[in-house]
Structures are given as C-alpha cells and as structure tokens.
Write a protein that binds this ligand. Structure first.
Ligand SMILES: NS(=O)(=O)c1c(F)cccc1F
Ligand SMILES: [Zn+2]
Length: 262
C-alpha cells in the first residue's frame, strides 16, 4: 500500500537521522523517490558486472546505526564494473536500513512506495583514489547498489547472516564472518535505475553513483524481526531497538534518474 511520507512524521527520529534534511548547498542528496514514469531509458547503459570472492568477507559489526558486513578491500578480488560506471569499484561493506514495521524502512521509494528494508552494497573507486576515505570525498568516488527487500518467502542466503545477528546485538560488537557471497542477495532481474547522489549517513558527501535494482528480493517476517532485535545502544545502556534507521527523502533538484530497461 502507498505510504504517504506525512504519515511517517510521527516516527521517533533517532538523533543520527535528525541530521539536516539536506546539507547546505547540497544539490545531489540521497535518498530520493524514484518516479518510474519520469525515469529515462538510456540504451548506452551496460549490464552491471558483479564478481565477488566470498573469501574476502571479514566480519559483521554493529556500528550503532546498522550492522555492516565488511570485506577485505586491499585488492581487486571483489569488484563491480560496467553499468553506469567508467571503471571498476571495490566492495568495502554492505549494510541494511529497515523500519519498526513492514509499512516502511527503505531509504529510496518507488512511486512513493516504501519497502520494509533496503540493502546497500558499498563500493569505492580504487582505480582513481588511494583510500576509501579519500574516495568518499569525490564525485565519482563511490558506487552503491541498492536492493529492496519485500515481505515474502524466507531467503536462505540471508539466513546465514540472520543467524549471526544475536552476536552483534549491541553497538560496537563484532564477530568474525569468514565466508559469505553477497551475490546471493542479488535479484535475478538485471534491470536497474541509476542517478548521482550522496551518502545517506554523515558525512552525507555527494560521492555516490547509485544503482538501484528494480526487482526486490523476498525475505520473511522472522528475518525482518531479527533485524529489529538489534540495538542502537551499547551493552549496559538503556536499550533502544535499532529500527527506522533510514534518512528522510531528499529533493530531486536538477537530476534525471536513468533506467537500464524500457
Ligand atoms: N547508506 S550509504 O550506502 O549511503 C553509506 C553508508 F551508510 C555508510 C558509508 C558509505 C555509504 F555509501
Ligand atoms: Zn545505506
């Protein structure tokens, strides 16, 4: 069902998400609503090439905003190429954003529809920049693949991740996670939208080429509930459930969303 953004204003906004709606002078902020009929088919967009080495997976970490699965990005073993990108980008981490209930949780919306959660696979341009930290400050520094999660069948690939979450319940806890192939979280359909945007968490820098998959993946209620039992807070602090960790929608400004499909 369509959730109008104003029905979300009663949401308790976690301090991080009280960050300014747009950074001063921001002209390419994220997330945005993707109005399907306003997106423009670009026949020159290439298929996205994804090649991840499961052995580059390092650990899962609760950083107090989401849980990150981090990868060894010291070599080009896990990369993406093609799509709207001019060169290859290295996988650094993936994480999710989700809601307290299934009516919202994604950062991007499609025709103003929220999904219950959204996966972000964060890559950086190691061809041009020496470190991730430097790439974060550059217009072509990052490429993030966004995948929507919808309520449906249990996702077996996600389950190995879900089973590890109780071990990172509190902020600043980490566990080793030595083999995971994030390709299992990709939908089968190759179609995507792409636009120039920003990080959706501080420093909110305008350095992201967004690649948003058109087709969602299906997860079941228990798997979404497992995300919601994580905590923003450290062990010993008053518990605050990690939910609604998504940034408000940002103005499109002078941007066109391109589609890889007609
Ligand atoms: N949410 S997001 O994908 O924009 C994101 C983060 F949350 C953190 C770091 C990089 C990045 F790209
Ligand atoms: Zn994100």
């Amino acid at each position: 069902r369509l959730t109008s953004p104003d029905s979300l204003h009663h949401l308790p906004v976690h301090p991080l998400w009280q960050s300014p709606l747009t950074i001063p002078g921001g002209t390419r902020q994220s997330p945005i609503n993707i109005q399907w009929r306003d997106s423009v088919y670009d026949p020159f967009l290439k298929p996205l090439k994804i090649s991840y080495d499961p052995a580059t997976c390092l650990h899962i970490w609760n950083n107090g905003y989401s849980f990150l699965v981090e990868f060894d990005d010291s070599t080009d073993r896990s990369i993406i190429d093609g799509g709207p990108l001019e060169n290859q980008y290295r996988l650094k981490q993936f994480h999710f954003h989700w809601g307290a209930i299934n009516d919202w949780g994604s950062e991007h919306t499609v025709d103003c529809k929220f999904y219950p959660a959204e996966l972000h696979l964060v890559h950086w341009n190691a061809v041009v920049y020496p470190t991730f930290e430097e790439a974060v400050m550059e217009g072509d520094g990052l490429a993030v693949i966004g995948v929507f999660l919808k309520l449906g069948a249990r996702h077996e690939g996600l389950q190995t991740l879900v089973d590890a979450l109780p071990a990172v319940k509190h902020k600043d806890t980490v566990i080793e996670f030595d083999v995971f192939d994030p390709s299992c979280l990709m939908p089968s359909c190759p179609d995507y939208w792409t636009y120039a945007g920003s990080l959706t968490t501080p420093p909110l820098t305008e350095s992201v080429t967004w690649i948003i998959k058109k087709q969602p993946i299906e997860v079941d209620e228990d798997q979404l509930e497992a995300f919601r039992m994580l905590l923003f807070t450290s062990d010993g602090e008053e518990e605050k459930r990690m939910v609604d960790n998504f940034r408000p929608l940002q103005p499109l400004m002078n941007r066109t969303v391109r589609s890889s499909f007609q």
